[in-house]
Design a protein around this ligand. Structure first.
Ligand code: AMP
Length: 256
């Protein structure tokens, strides 16, 4: 009985949240966007190219919050929601979550207050279908993708980075480290928030190769899509560049 009541209460809360977001977002679009235009940016690149770190660093400079679809899916999985149950297998084997599910969750996130004035997309879109649907969604709202930056990193560097990557387990932090190049001060502990760091389930060799394959087949063709729309800037970080240099170059590219 108690479980049923709790379930009904959670559903009611979720429903109220959705209504609040839909109405709030509608009003923001109609009343506030004329004073402050929303800005939608995309960081494109293979897994391990540094999109997540850059999205977090760029957020304050460009005043748009980062949105990582991978993080959203991992959060749903951890909370064991209906959506989380549907994405678990894809997270485990490095295949893409179906477009319809991905688009539904991206729309849900974009209308939440955090993203009312735009987003820095990290890991979305990943297929041409997603890119077209994203353009249509934004066009319906009277907005568009402002700039896309491709981080073009070689495969060898990616495998090395991903297999040595450790991620803060505190979802609100999510800082990443590298066992070779950027260790935390205390092994296994995040410098930023003190939570434990761990290897992501999909940062293991078999899943890494599947993710890189998926990137080449499904996501790389997006470069032509955005090049045709004249919003793409390609950028090849080299091993001798500092993180600060990469940050400045990507920021400049995003600002057009
Ligand atoms: P990431 O954290 O961006 O490396 O994403 C981790 C996993 O989440 C991917 O291997 C996919 O299974 C799934 N994923 C993330 N973003 C998308 C997307 N835009 N479309 C489909 N699947 C995605």
């Amino acid at each position: 009985m108690n479980t049923m009541l709790l379930g009904a209460w959670k559903t009611a809360l979720r429903f109220c949240g959705t209504v609040f977001n839909e109405v709030g977002f509608y009003l923001v679009r109609k009343l506030l966007w004329r004073f402050r235009r929303p800005r939608y940016f995309i960081l494109l690149g293979p897994p391990g190219s540094g999109k997540g770190t850059l999205a977090r660093q760029l957020a304050p400079a460009l005043q748009v919050p980062p949105m990582s679809t991978g993080d959203v899916f991992r959060r749903e999985k951890a909370a064991n929601t209906n959506f989380g149950k549907q994405v678990t297998a894809h997270l485990a084997d490095g295949t893409l979550v179906p477009d319809s599910l991905t688009l539904a969750i991206v729309r849900r996130e974009l209308i939440s207050p955090r993203f009312w004035f735009g987003a820095m997309e990290d890991g979305f879109p990943r297929t041409i279908e997603q890119a077209i649907a994203f353009d249509l969604l934004l066009a319906r709202w009277g907005a568009s993708v402002e700039r896309v930056v491709l981080l073009d990193v070689d495969d060898d560097a990616l495998v090395d980075r991903l297999s040595n990557r450790r991620t803060c387990t505190n979802k609100a932090c999510g800082r990443t480290y590298n066992l070779k190049y950027e260790r935390s001060v205390e092994a296994g502990i995040c410098d930023a928030c003190g939570a434990a760091t761990a290897q992501r389930d999909d940062d293991v060799p078999e899943v890494i190769s599947a993710r890189l394959r998926t990137y080449r087949v499904e996501t790389k063709p997006l470069c032509n899509y955005y090049q045709d729309r004249k919003v793409l800037a390609s950028f090849k970080p080299t091993g001798d560049m500092t993180a600060q240099e990469v940050f400045v170059l990507v920021k400049t590219a995003l600002q057009g």
